[in-house]
Design a binder for this molecule. Sequence first.
Ligand SMILES: NC(=O)C1=CN([C@@H]2O[C@H](COP(=O)(O)OP(=O)(O)OC[C@H]3O[C@@H](n4cnc5c(N)ncnc54)[C@H](O)[C@@H]3O)[C@@H](O)[C@H]2O)C=CC1
Ligand SMILES: O=C(O)C1=N[C@H](C(=O)O)C[C@H](O)C1
Length: 263
Amino acid sequence: MSIKIVIAGPRGRMGSEAVSMVLEEPSFSLIGCVDRIVSPISIMEENHIPVFTSFEECLYTLPDVDVLIDLTVAESGFNHIMMALEHKVRCVVGTTGFTSQQLNDIQDTAVKNQTGCIVAPNFAIGAVLMMHFSKVAAKFFPDVEIIEKHHAQKIDAPSGTALKTVEMIKEVRKSRDQGHIYELETMIGARGATDDGVHIHSVRLPGHVAHQEVIFGGDGQTLTIKHDSINRKSFMEGIKLSVKQVMQLNDYVYGLDNILDLT
Ligand SMILES: NC(=O)C1=CN([C@@H]2O[C@H](COP(=O)(O)OP(=O)(O)OC[C@H]3O[C@@H](n4cnc5c(N)ncnc54)[C@H](O)[C@@H]3O)[C@@H](O)[C@H]2O)C=CC1
Ligand SMILES: O=C(O)C1=N[C@H](C(=O)O)C[C@H](O)C1
């Protein structure tokens, strides 16, 4: 039996790619979409897939949804996910920009409702490996900075990937400040954002898709771990895998590193 899927954000850069992937995957069935805009989407019309402007209406009309894939913005994504979990609809979430409080609430709601929910700041397998390798490197090189580069239409900064990378690095790296103890920013922001002493620099420029470099510095050497998504197909295998995995889950997972065998 196919997995019945609703996609939120179908006309977006990610959502439109996800729509094609779901339509092409024989074990998936796209039964509806949610978007804030009312105007028609041709691929939906061609395939007779309803598009709702309210997720509540979508759930009411389609009571047998198995998985919500959310690829929107944090504010709407949060509402969709909480509502889905309360209705015991499993979630695969690519949306980024959530606060820590929102992520905690999503986790609590998934656990309370015993409903699988995978939140993955990056679905590209190469990016998951880049984060994993960075965690390994941080054991040996505690001085580390991140440069993430994205297209100019990205709303949230730092990227979800950069934040997840720091979270993974923090699991193995002792908290420390980096750089000179009397370091002085003569222009605000020159040293980027910091989390636990790790600096994150966010570049937003046309011509980019999604790129991250994690730079480690040691005595007389540097190590750079770099990943580039050159188009959004890079994220589709991870979404496909997550949809299949979430059907076996009854709780919350943050990051594909927790569902891939990285040993
Ligand atoms: N986890 C991952 O691997 C990746 C995650 N992303 C994240 O996915 C999200 C979407 O990215 P893009 O497709 O580039 O953005 P986009 O701006 O191209 O698309 C966003 C979509 O959400 C819809 N939307 C916005 N507000 C809405 C609302 N209130 N209710 C319903 N729909 C609403 C828009 O109409 C549009 O269809 C972002 O949060 C981005 O950071 C992007 C790429 C990869
Ligand atoms: O908005 C994007 O494009 C991306 N967002 C995700 C993030 O915030 O890390 C994943 C990827 O970097 C692309």
